[in-house]
Design a binder for this molecule. Structure first.
Ligand code: SAH
Ligand code: CA
Length: 215
């Protein structure tokens, strides 16, 4: 797998980071063995990062765009307040069984809701204001999701966007070598960097995580 930092350093960081729970370990193993494109899963290290961030924020409402097999949703839900709720949306219904089982296994049945559908259309129907939004779906629509959710984020709340370094392709100097996703992520990153509505830091964890705080 692509790593921004050297594999040795990553292994060292992994080994000095909290381990996964049994439920997450099982979900990770299941995903790698049975689901297409398992590289999309957040996995141990990024999962612990998301859980730690969520525990710092202590959100009441979390929105996740792009569930996949539910790994990041379970990690983010770790920081929810007792009466908090996480809504996670995916256009692909195929992983519903494993998502539901994992939510139950983690004891989060009352806190985590999985909704199948196109994220943009679903978000329009939801009544919540969020303390934390995780954008991790179709890369060409990142800007659309960002503009959609920013008004729904509480002042002082966060939007976290995954894969914003896109395996390092964002710094590819040859424009002809850039695919549509890379171009979209470049435009998204440039937009966020200039957006005065948020404070932001692009962190080179795994495939790049943009952390934005609404002013
Ligand atoms: N957050 C997950 C990984 C998400 S992978 C984790 O870290 O483990 C990206 C997901 O976005 C895929 O499951 C894909 O089906 C979903 N997706 C793509 N387009 C979408 C859309 N328009 N609406 C909702 N989900 C979408
Ligand atoms: Ca991702």
């Amino acid at each position: 797998m692509f790593t921004i930092i050297s594999p040795d350093i990553q292994t060292y960081c992994d080994s000095h980071t909290e381990q996964e729970s049994e439920v997450l370990k099982k979900l990770n193993r299941y995903t790698c063995a049975n689901v297409l494109q398992p590289r999309m899963i957040s996995g141990h290290f990024q999962g612990r990062f998301l859980a730690m961030i969520s525990k710092m924020i202590k959100p009441k409402y979390i929105l996740e765009i792009g569930t996949y097999t539910g790994y990041s949703a379970l990690c983010l839900a770790e920081g929810l307040l007792d009466d908090g709720k996480l809504i996670t949306i995916d256009i692909n219904p195929e992983q519903e069984d494993i998502i539901t089982k994992s939510i139950e296994g983690a004891g989060l049945k009352n806190k985590v809701q999985f909704i199948v559908g196109d994220a943009y259309n679903i978000i329009k129907t939801l009544p919540y204001q969020y303390d934390l939004v995780f954008i991790d779906a179709d890369k060409q629509n990142y800007l659309k999701y960002y503009e959609q959710v920013l008004p729904l984020v509480n002042s002082g709340g966060y939007i976290i966007c995954d894969n914003v370094l896109w395996s390092g392709k964002v710094v590819e100097p040859d424009a002809l070598l850039k695919d549509k996703d890379t171009i979209a992520i470049n435009q998204f990153n440039d937009f966020v960097a200039k957006d005065a509505r948020v404070e932001k830091i692009l962190i080179p964890i795994r495939d790049g995580i943009y952390v934005c705080r609404k002013r």
